[in-house]
Design a protein around this ligand. Structure first.
Ligand SMILES: Cc1ncc(COP(=O)(O)O)c(C=O)c1O
Length: 424
């Protein structure tokens, strides 16, 4: 696939090119294994000398079509489809960090990722040090030491809608020779390509906009191919032979991170995307560019409406001129700021429930970022395990309602919000 195609063309065409007489869209290869005639052909696959398939826990042709499409969209060198967004984040971190290491992460991230970093990874000996993404660089730098393997951030944070200041993190990453990883779920490569702003790794919950239809759970890790592991003392596991893989030295390979991630993490944890979900996510991405345009337009119109509503205490959407992140959004998300917003309803927390239960078209869901609009009250659901202090750090006040704006008609959505706010 021609590298210079624009994102909307890549959405439709990248990842799969049929040969004469083959299916036009990727077939669902629902097979755990693959047959070979020559023993040497299989041996070459095991030695990573040739590309191909031998067992679907490591790679599968349908999932590969989806991986190819996302890699092209993010301008990466390799993508790895995972069972979920959470497994993608966990495996990405574990590819570089082990017991005794640490990662530094924005505190304004998805609640599940926060839990992974603050509770589960420490049980494996991986410490996580959180920072306020708006803090000055010097403060964030204080958290980095010789054992820091990764800086973790979100382009548009869920649910606090903080827009990432990429330049700040890219310069910290360069200064310390440490990987800069971005969860690009809520922006997608249509609205922002982290590689253009110095990121080295991207992770997605493809269960969200990439699939777009709330049909397929999945995640994807993208190696952007722009980090030099060679001779970097921070990453001995890339520079020393991997005895579990015939003494391979990952830093010597053209695709260092992606190969290590698949050869070690996918092999040992097995959290790969299923062929069925690979297929759904692949065809879901066909319309990603169109959908992101509509999500963004709808959200901007609704944000403007809510900003002037007397029952709304505050509203956060980066399209609004008085939003704290307006200037960053104009720089990093100039073509649209996505469909996610949050707002606070005036009065007690009970008013949030009253409002949400009165909605007729917009449904209450844990999900976000698909074609149908939905709302959620994070403090009593996704973030309920967080303490008062952690909620504050994650930018989630008690009266926050998260609204994921879909691609319905914006005026129908506004009418639904209007009638529900009347009942509060
Ligand atoms: C920004 C972000 N990252 C990661 C995840 C985790 O993804 P999944 O639910 O696919 O495991 C989510 C889920 O909502 C998310 O919003």
């Amino acid at each position: 696939m021609e590298k210079n195609y624009r994102p909307d063309t890549l959405c439709v065409q990248a990842g799969y090119s049929p040969k004469s007489g083959e299916a036009r869209i990727p077939p669902i290869v629902q097979s755990t294994t693959y047959a070979y005639e020559k023993a040497q052909d299989m041996a070459d696959l095991f030695d990573l000398k040739t590309d191909g398939y031998f067992y679907s826990r490591l790679a599968n042709p349908t999932v590969a079509a989806f991986e190819g499409k996302v890699a092209a969209l993010e301008r990466g060198v390799c993508a790895i489809g995972c069972a979920s967004g959470m497994s993608a984040t966990a495996l990405m971190v574990m590819t570089v960090a082990g017991a005794g290491d640490n990662v530094v992460s924005s505190s304004a991230i998805y609640g599940g990722s926060y839990n992974l970093f603050s509770v589960t990874l420490p049980k494996l000996g991986i410490e996580c040090r959180f920072f306020d993404p708006d803090a000055p660089a010097e403060e964030i730098e204080k958290l980095i030491d010789g054992k820091t393997k990764l800086i973790f951030t979100e382009t548009i944070a869920n649910p606090s809608i903080v827009v990432l200041d990429f330049d700040k993190f890219a310069s910290i990453s360069k200064k310390y020779g440490v990987l800069f990883a971005v969860d690009n779920t809520l922006a997608t490569p249509i609205l922002c390509r982290p590689k253009d702003w110095g990121a080295n790794l991207v992770v997605h919950s493809s269960s969200k906009y990439l699939d777009g239809h709330a049909a397929a759970l999945g995640g994807v890790i993208v190696d952007l191919g722009n980090f030099d592991f060679k001779n970097n003392p921070r990453y001995p596991s890339f520079n020393q032979p991997d005895e579990s893989y015939h003494g391979l030295v990952y830093a010597d390979l053209p695709v260092a991170f992606g190969t290590k991630c698949r050869a070690q993490m996918i092999r040992d944890f097995g959290a790969i995307m299923s062929p069925q979900n690979g297929f759904l996510s692949y065809i879901g991405c066909d319309t990603l560019a169109l959908r992101m345009e509509r999500h963004s337009k709808n959200a901007a119109k609704i944000a403007e409406y809510l900003a002037h509503h007397p029952k709304i205490e505050w509203i956060k959407h980066p399209s609004l001129k008085d939003n704290k992140y307006y200037n960053l959004a104009q720089k990093y998300l100039p073509d649209g700021q996505g469909g996610m917003m949050s707002f606070g309803i005036k009065g007690s927390v009970e008013k949030c429930a009253q409002f949400m239960e009165s909605l007729k078209l917009i449904t209450q869901e844990t999900h976000v970022a698909d074609v149908r609009s939905c709302v959620l009250h994070p403090a009593s659901t996704t973030h309920r395990q967080l303490s008062e202090e952690d909620l504050k750090a994650a930018g989630v006040p008690h009266n926050l309602v998260r609204l994921s704006v879909g691609i319905e008609n914006a005026d129908d959505l506004i009418a639904d919000l209007e009638q529900a706010l009347e009942k509060v």
